[in-house]
Design a protein around this ligand. Structure first.
Ligand SMILES: [Zn+2]
Length: 428
């Protein structure tokens, strides 16, 4: 994009004056941003990929100091020869009236037995004014799931913080940092914690609460604030203030905020340092989670109980007219189930679905318990439309030895059911 505005022209003019990375910066990048690796063969021959030296290892160890360059090498047992590393680092500086965050891509091609080829390639500059306005001067970012490359010349690029396209998280920041006085005033010291430079600068510029968290040395809460937990930080701001006042550092903000949510649920005083400044957060939090689980179970049981009560009322209304029906012959007694609880007991006893499939709700179904000498043996279903037994089942839906007798007993008493059905129709 061509420079159009006055601001663009000013940025382009100042960008031309920025120095290329110095030798010192390049060396720092090579030493600190790349992994120093030794490839080890089966014969314990180690190739230092950082200097090209090849030597024999005396023992099999996970790390070795290279006898040539003295770097501590992480050893990889491999037959590979080549290795490639790509990292992004940032320089944080000031140019004219701007905060300038410069991003560099480091590329290193390494091959066992050879000196590495290392390049430092500038990809993006964020030019930030004191009022938080950002101008991006850099290369085109080609950003997909598979690729992330920067191509084309250094130009003014579209900046949209919502897409995060030019908001880059560097692997490391060069330690000599310069910032505009306003950022120092708002609490910036040296560290970006887990934030991108833009996120850090913008949030402490525009958001009082971020500024407060940074100044109070609460980086984990600051991460939550700038990340997608802004609302939760707001919701618990009073507790956060109490933590700060009591010198309590929140190390694991996600757990801590969760914990506050739970404390709130159980009506604890979120302004009481006893709760807010938990000495053993992990333990306290586990306790609260247990408590919540117990509470959830209790509530679920209560809901279930209420539901059964409701269903019981309905069941009595629909089938109560049959409740006095008791049929017996010899040792066998067959009587109508009179409560939902009995459906549950019957289902538990025989492992069938009379309760799970809510037979007590079926308008055309009348369920009996058949017992021999008082011992339950089968559950019987009569279809109130067809007026006959349609199933009679014992354990695991199988018929008992008394099945035929039970079915005969019920079928021979269908008139008693019919009589009650008529009564029901008359009252309806
Ligand atoms: Zn070496």
């Amino acid at each position: 994009m061509k420079a159009r505005t006055k601001l663009h022209h000013r940025v382009v003019e100042l960008a031309a004056k920025l120095p290329a990375p110095s030798n010192e910066q390049r060396v720092w990048a090579f030493e600190n941003c790349l992994k120093h690796i030794g490839y080890r063969t089966k014969k314990n021959i180690i190739s230092c990929l950082s200097c090209g030296h090849v030597f024999k290892g005396m023992q099999i160890l996970p790390t070795w100091d290279c006898p040539c360059c003295a770097r501590k090498l992480t050893i990889e047992d491999t037959r590979k020869k080549k290795h490639q590393q790509r990292k992004i680092m940032a320089f944080i500086g000031v140019q004219g009236e701007f905060q300038v965050n410069r991003y560099f891509e480091l590329n290193c091609y390494q091959r066992a037995g050879e000196a590495p080829s290392f390049s430092v390639y500038e990809i993006t500059q964020q030019w930030m004014t004191e009022d938080g306005k950002v101008t991006v001067f850099g290369r085109q970012r080609n950003w997909t799931y598979y690729h992330d490359t920067f191509t084309g010349g250094m130009e003014i690029r579209n900046w949209d913080p919502r897409t995060g396209k030019y908001d880059i998280l560097p692997y490391k920041v060069y330690p000599k940092i310069k910032v505009l006085p306003i950022f120092k005033r708002n609490g910036f010291k040296r560290s970006f914690y887990k934030l991108t430079p833009y996120e850090m600068f913008f949030s402490i510029l525009r958001d009082n609460r971020s500024e407060t968290l940074l100044k109070a040395n609460q980086p984990d809460l600051l991460n939550m604030r700038v990340g997608n937990q802004r609302g939760r930080v707001d919701r618990h701001w009073d507790s956060i203030k109490i933590a700060i006042r009591n010198g309590y550092k929140v190390k694991d903000a996600a757990t801590w905020l969760d914990h506050l949510d739970l404390l709130q649920r159980f009506g604890k005083d979120l302004r009481n340092p006893k709760y807010v400044c938990s000495i053993n957060l992990a333990l306290d939090h586990r306790r609260m989670i247990k408590k919540r689980e117990r509470e959830d179970r209790r509530l679920a049981l209560e809901r279930k109980k209420k539901q059964i009560e409701q269903e019981q009322m309905e069941y009595v209304r629909n089938k109560g007219v049959f409740f006095d029906l008791v049929l017996s012959a010899g040792d066998i007694t067959v009587r109508v189930l009179t409560s939902v609880k009995e459906f549950i007991e019957e289902a538990d006893r025989f492992h069938h679905c009379v309760y799970a499939n809510s037979y007590y709700k079926k308008p055309n179904s009348l369920i009996f318990s058949a017992r021999v000498k008082g011992r339950p043996v089968e559950t019987v279903e009569v279809d109130l439309g067809a007026l006959k037994v349609i199933q009679s089942r014992g354990v695991h839906n199988r018929a008992s030895a008394y099945n035929q007798q039970i079915v005969n007993l019920v079928n021979s008493n269908i008139h008693q059911i019919r009589k009650r059905l008529r009564k029901l129709e008359q009252t309806a």
